[in-house]
Design a protein around this ligand. Structure first.
Ligand code: DP6
Length: 327
């Protein structure tokens, strides 16, 4: 009899971004990336293999789903079943604390939780590194949510060498203040957008050149506990990613008017002596990296700016994935 397993994982926000795959099937990235795992918007996933099922039954926030997301889950479970030689389907129940597919990294927490729960439920014993490789097959950024705090995902050359691991930093006393200006579905998925960027943007070679340099500099800043440098690199790297996708055909533009207003406000905060730096992913929301003791001031400034237009959430460094119960 197979056990039922529940896992909880948190989203991560990349300070140095992943944008582009060299292998779509294995989800091998073009370059390495580095992120901070958060302590809000957790995903909790339970996998219960059941020999009576004739297909995987996927429930999301209490509703049975049968769409592209459900098929991605089934394809992912097939990977796990292949490894252990099982043909038993499972009931999968997922609950998200945060908005889904709005550039707030729900696929990262989602596949990290699914990987851990499925591995446990199907009795597939994995090291943290192997779990990171497995989570990567669901969504690239999920490889990093296996770990808490700062994590680096090494690009690698093949399945075995492309995994994330924790990065020791001189200090974890940072906060990520998130301005959620649109919690709905994004216009174009990051998967499609990054493929289009790789195939059509004349700026993409520039990204391939610069991103490893940004990654190296970020690791040095983390080791030195140099917050200003971390922040400058974070904001520059995010804007470089958006610049490369603006060059795609047709262009990929996630930056919205409210995103730009927030970027201006973050610059104004710096003028007033508050070290704060913005980053953006595949959506219009802006996440602001700052030091823990400045988080409330940053949140207040963003709330005053946005009024009713958005919601502001303060996050800190969060934990890696964990399996929290099994029966
Ligand atoms: C902009 O990990 O969601 O958030 O591997 O196709 O599932 P797939 O993409 P995904 O892309 C994340 C892109 C990003 C940057 C990042 O998190 O590094």
């Amino acid at each position: 009899l197979l056990p039922c397993a529940t896992a909880i994982a948190y989203p991560n926000i990349a300070l140095i971004k992943y944008w582009g795959k060299r292998d779509e099937a294995l989800i091998l990235p073009m370059t390495g990336s580095l992120s901070l795992t958060l302590d809000v918007h957790a995903t909790t996933t339970t996998v219960s293999p059941d020999a009576r099922l004739s297909a995987d039954a996927v429930e999301f926030n209490g509703t049975l789903i049968d769409d592209a997301a459900a098929r991605k889950v089934a394809v992912f479970l097939d990977l796990v079943r292949q490894r252990v030689g099982s043909r038993v389907f499972a009931r999968v129940r997922t609950r998200n604390d945060g908005p889904t597919a709005a550039g707030l990294a729900s696929s990262a927490s989602g596949f990290a939780a699914l990987a851990a729960a499925a591995a446990h439920a199907y009795a597939l014993e994995l090291t943290p590194r192997e779990l990171s490789r497995l989570a990567r097959r669901g969504s690239g950024s999920a490889s990093r949510s296996v770990f808490g705090g700062f994590a680096i995902w090494h690009a690698g050359q093949d399945d075995a060498s492309s995994f994330a691991e924790p990065v020791q930093a001189a200090s974890l006393d940072v906060a990520m203040v998130m301005a959620v200006i649109q919690a709905g579905q994004k216009a174009i998925s990051s998967r499609v957008a990054m493929r289009r960027t790789v195939e059509t943007s004349p700026f993409y070679p520039g990204w391939l050149h610069q991103n490893p340099l940004d990654l190296e500099a970020m690791q040095q800043a983390l080791a030195a506990g140099d917050f200003t440098r971390m922040g400058e690199l974070t904001e520059a790297n995010a804007l470089r990613m958006h610049a490369t996708m603006l060059g795609a055909m047709p262009p990929v533009r996630y930056l919205a008017p409210d995103s730009l207003r927030i970027l201006d406000e973050v610059a104004a905060l710096r003028q007033r002596g508050v070290p704060a730096y913005a980053t953006m992913d595949a959506g219009p929301n802006v996440k602001v990296l700052c030091q823990r003791h400045d988080a409330l001031a940053v949140a207040d400034a963003l709330r005053a700016l946005l009024g009713d237009v958005g919601r502001v959430v303060v996050a800190h460094a969060g934990p890696g994935v964990r399996v929290c119960e099994a029966e």
